[in-house]
Design a protein. Structure first.
Length: 265
């Protein structure tokens, strides 16, 4: 199933959905997809004039591919401009993902601060793409293309604090505007920034993830390459902390991201 088809499925029936194995990531489903599906279920419970401002995501346990998953939503509070919403993804009666979302309508303000410029990178045509190799790469990577412009690829022993490049959906992609759900997948497609530090394969995963969206969203197509950059801020004792951002092809800011990751090496 294409990404757009899975989004349509959760919009129509959030109470029971099966994520196909081709969206797997080891024994779990791709976290960016699970977060996107939970977000879509939450979006349906909030007034349309309140765009999402931030999501705080905790991956409690692996959401298994091929097993029915349910997306619950609870509106915690609706104020004059802001809605606070809690989402839970459940599988086999257990919570596998929790998402707390803040949705807020725009309001007049005297404060306006432009974003810092995007880092310089080679054009996507000049960057090396991480190929999808069946049986070697996580299954979900058949659906997402990443081209390296900064730092090293996973398990190359590269000790840079920075990693990044260009990202977009791969394969038979429906040409449509990039939504917050797409942004979740594009940002989480990148491996933990600690993995290039390792010289041989080892497991790593996201523990918690906070992402903030610049509203209103820029007009970006699902066929466009978006620029991604992440910086490791600290890593020790099997945990790492990293800050990242996503920009459109022209270098305009789309989203800000922070992750705490676990590394088993």
């Amino acid at each position: 199933m294409r990404f757009s088809e899975l989004l349509d499925a959760v919009r129509n029936s959030p109470d029971e959905l099966v994520i196909p194995a081709q969206w797997g990531q080891g024994r779990a489903s791709f976290g960016g997809l699970v977060a996107a599906l939970q977000y879509e279920a939450m979006r349906a419970k909030v007034p349309a004039d309140r765009p999402v401002r931030s999501l705080a995501i905790t991956f409690v346990g692996p959401a298994e591919p091929g097993v029915p998953i349910r997306f619950e939503v609870e509106v915690l509070r609706e104020g004059k401009a802001v809605s606070q919403v809690l989402g839970r993804a459940l599988q086999n009666g257990q919570v596998v993902t929790v998402v707390q979302g803040s949705f807020g309508a725009s309001r007049p303000s005297e404060v306006a601060v432009t974003a810092l410029p995007a880092p310089e990178m080679m054009h996507w045509d000049d960057c090396q793409e991480l190929p999808y190799i069946d049986g070697v790469m996580p299954e979900f990577m058949r659906h997402l293309a990443m081209r390296w412009g900064v730092g090293g690829m996973p398990f190359t022993g590269n000790k840079s604090r920075d990693m990044g490049g260009w990202v977009r959906l791969r394969g038979d992609v429906k040409d449509e505007p990039v939504s917050e759900a797409h942004i979740l997948a594009l940002v989480d497609a990148w491996p933990p920034a600690l993995l290039p530090h390792l010289a041989k394969p080892a497991a790593g995963s996201t523990l918690t993830w906070t992402i903030e969206f610049v509203q209103p969203l820029l007009a970006v197509s699902t066929l466009d390459w978006c620029k991604y950059h992440v910086e490791i801020e600290h890593a020790r004792d099997g945990y790492g902390h990293a800050a990242a951002a996503l920009w459109n092809p022209e270098g305009q800011l789309i989203a800000l991201s922070r992750q705490t990751v676990t590394i088993f090496a």
